[in-house]
Design a protein around this ligand. Structure first.
Ligand SMILES: [Zn+2]
Length: 341
């Protein structure tokens, strides 16, 4: 099943708002097929797994066990149901981590397979599977984007110096951030960050997709020649419409940022954006924290001291540590929101 998760992860950033799914076919303790869901709208993991079986191994398919990180689909979506595929290939045993979170179909695929005589085992490494696809599960059950707050802070707890661009993270961390961006659907910054840092919010230090850029610019302060207004990728600006020809940039006039957050999240959901990463600054991060409009915090802790500057947000009481690891001289700490308080 962990191999299924590893395969599933290869689809990160390419399948949203679908889940990442991996599948492995095992005959007598030997893997004879592997596949994952590679791109939104294209073949499911089970299909790719069965396609990968070498001609000399195809006779083993009806004597093998299929491991799949998510319950095989039961209904006709963009591709035919994988439950039917399993039955056609007469696969006698199936092991899954998670059932489909959609209450209308949850467990139905497994029931159909059981009724047809397939030996089904479910909830194997269930928690790991839930964490792997947390964006998708959150998306399906709440119809709201999964919100990640990300910030980098100095050892003495500052985001940066006031009024100037102060990178506090190392090259390796910046690359990691670009990887994270490629795995999310949208990235947001507030006006001050946009004006002081002139960020591109792109993924140039990593491969993968370019997410939607979202910026709060309530009073139209971002200079027109800045990256966020270059119309190079899809961008939403919550602020007054600018003069000029914009094709990929949309403007949403707003009174103030606290009004913008709920309507912006609704707007993301309506446009099938299942994840949002908020990259600052301090004020915007604090608004998401105060409104409890967050699911995960990714904190990059640098080992330098700034002495003074803009204080980093305090971790809220309902932040539960999930994992932490070192990258260069930085430390990455990941927290999730407790659902019980
Ligand atoms: Zn399927």
């Amino acid at each position: 099943m962990r191999r299924c998760f590893d395969l599933a992860r290869l689809g990160a950033g390419q399948v949203s708002p679908n889940p990442m799914v991996g599948a492995v076919l095992v005959h007598n303790g030997r893997i004879i097929g592997e596949g994952w869901h590679q791109k939104y709208g294209e073949a499911h993991a089970e299909v790719n797994c069965l396609r990968s079986v070498a001609p000399e191994n195809r006779a083993f398919i009806p004597h093998s066990t299929l491991y799949c990180s998510l319950e095989p689909c039961f209904h006709h979506g963009k591709t035919p149901p994988c439950v039917d595929l399993i039955l056609q290939h007469k696969i006698p045993a199936l092991v899954v981590a998670n059932t489909d979170p959609n209450p209308l179909v949850s467990g139905k695929g497994l029931e159909k397979l059981k009724a047809a005589g397939v030996n089904v085992k479910s909830a194997v490494l269930e928690e790991e599977g839930l964490w792997l696809n947390r964006f998708f599960f959150s998306w399906i059950t709440r119809k709201k984007p999964y919100v990640i707050l990300k910030w980098a802070q100095s050892l003495d707890g500052f985001l940066g110096k006031t009024g100037e661009r102060t990178p506090v993270s190392e090259a390796a961390s910046i690359r990691l951030v670009h990887k994270w961006r490629s795995e999310t659907d949208a990235i947001l910054v507030g006006t001050n960050t946009a004006v002081i840092d002139n960020p591109r919010l792109d993924t140039r230090f990593y491969f993968g997709k370019k997410p939607l850029r979202v910026v709060f610019d309530t009073h139209g302060k971002i200079p027109s020649n800045y990256h966020l207004l270059d119309d190079s990728v899809e961008t939403w600006v919550y602020g007054p419409k600018r003069l000029g020809i914009f094709i990929k940039t949309q403007f949403f006039p707003q009174e103030n940022q606290s009004v913008a957050i709920p309507s912006m999240l609704d707007n993301l959901a309506k446009n099938n954006h299942a994840t949002l990463m908020v990259e600052g600054g301090a004020r915007v991060l604090q608004q998401f924290l105060d409104g409890n409009e967050w699911d995960e915090i990714r904190l990059l802790q640098n080992n330098r001291r700034l002495g003074s500057g803009i204080p980093a947000p305090s971790l809220p009481a309902n932040a539960i540590p999930v994992t932490s690891f070192g990258i260069g001289n930085d430390r990455v700490e990941i927290f999730r929101r407790s659902t019980t308080c």
